[in-house]
Each structure stands twice: as structure tokens, then as C-alpha cells.
Design a protein around this ligand. Structure first.
Ligand SMILES: [Zn+2]
Length: 212
């Protein structure tokens, strides 16, 4: 089974992908991980990608796709794509690649959040200045100070309101074309992303017919 998880920052795509991996043996494909693994393996492709990343350049679509093809070559497990595709070109390439192998994208799940909830989640993280422990202001046991070392908690620069709004804007610009592309395809399902991770995971399992 091939599944794409779409969803705004804060929607918990990565956590849900990990659950599919842990509970149902999915291969979890995230392009960030693919890039890091290829660089670590020091393949010719990895060296090319490394020099791009070191210079602060984005890794081009076709290179990312090469990484992906390498990873998928002998893969027989179900796959959950997390953060890929990002563009229509990648989505088309992926569909074409799967079709060549007699496969298809079986499900495209769009985990939906209101802007308000996304902003709330993206700005609720606090980090200890002394030991780096991570907290969330909505946790029931949140004390406003580090319970491990007593240190002061602060909001990281990328967790501020301004930064959260920017991430949400970028996401919408990037993802709307993908929603247009996938929205009318069979297997496209909207998932309500409000509620706890466990509830959202239950909806995902139901959408994928994984409930026994
Ligand atoms: Zn601390």
C-alpha cells in the first residue's frame, strides 16, 4: 500500500507516519531522512547532494527523485510518504514511476487543521535555557519552569507567532496545488487533525482500512 500524508505544520504528519511504521510495518519515507542517509553513505549521489546542502542550496527535484528511486528500488513493504511530494512535478513523476511498476498511490490523506489550531500548536513549545528539555504550554503538568533542572524556559525563534504565520503561509502556497492535483483522485481522504494524536491515528487507520 502506498500512502501520502499531507497536512499543515503542526498537524503531526511525522508522528502519524512513525505510528504507521511501528504498528503496521510501513516504510517511512521522508526526504530529509533520505538526504541525510545518502550523505552518510558517501555515495556519488550523496557527495553531490552534500555539496549542495553545504552551500545552502535547495536540492533540486530531479536529485531528490533519484534518491527516492534508490530507496524504493527493492522495497516490498507498504510505504508512507511524509513531506513528499512537495510540487506537482514531483507528484507527476511519482505517479509515473509507480505506474511503471504496476503500482499506484493508493491513499492521499490530508490531515486538516484550522489556522487557529495550527498557530496554537506551532507557538506552544518552550525549551529550557539550561538543559534543552522541551515542554508544551498546553501539557497538563506544565509549570512554566524546567522541572528537570529548574532552568528558565524560552520560546525558540522558529516557534514565535510571526514565524508560525510565515510557515503556514509557505505551506499553503506549496500545498494548494497538490490538493488540486490529488483532490479529485480516488483514495483522497480528508482527516480531521483536531484532537489528540491517538484520535487522529484512529481516523487514519479507518481511512486505510487497517482496523481489524
Ligand atoms: Zn532544564
Amino acid at each position: 500500500m502506498n500512502v501520502i500524508l499531507l497536512g499543515s505544520p503542526g498537524a503531526g504528519k511525522g508522528s502519524q507516519a512513525v505510528r504507521l511504521k511501528d504498528e503496521f510495518g510501513f516504510r517511512h519515507i521522508s526526504t530529509g531522512d533520505l538526504i541525510r542517509a545518502e550523505i552518510a553513505a558517501a555515495t556519488p549521489l550523496g557527495k553531490k547532494v552534500e555539496s549542495l546542502v553545504k552551500q545552502g542550496n535547495l536540492v533540486a527535484d530531479d536529485l531528490i527523485f533519484d534518491l527516492l528511486k534508490n530507496a524504493l528500488k527493492s522495497e516490498t513493504r507498504s510505504i508512507v510518504f511524509d513531506g513528499f511530494p512537495r510540487t506537482i512535478a514531483q507528484a507527476e513523476d511519482l505517479d509515473k514511476y509507480l505506474a511503471e511498476q504496476g503500482k499506484k498511490m493508493d491513499y492521499i490523506l490530508s490531515i486538516e487543521l484550522t489556522d487557529e489550531e495550527a498557530i496554537k500548536r506551532l507557538t506552544s513549545r518552550r525549551v529550557c535555557k539550561s538543559c534543552g528539555a522541551v515542554y508544551n504550554i498546553y501539557w497538563p503538568d506544565y509549570k512554566g519552569v524546567c522541572t528537570k533542572c529548574g532552568g528558565e524556559l524560552y520560546t525558540r525563534a522558529d516557534d514565535t507567532l510571526e514565524s508560525a504565520k510565515h510557515r503556514l503561509d509557505v505551506f499553503k502556497k506549496e500545498t494548494q496545488p497538490l490538493l488540486d492535483y490529488y483532490g479529485s483522485k480516488p483514495g483522497f481522504v480528508k482527516i480531521n487533525g483536531l484532537g489528540a494524536l491517538e484520535e487522529v491515528f484512529a481516523s487514519i487507520k479507518q481511512a486505510l482500512n487497517l482496523i481489524k
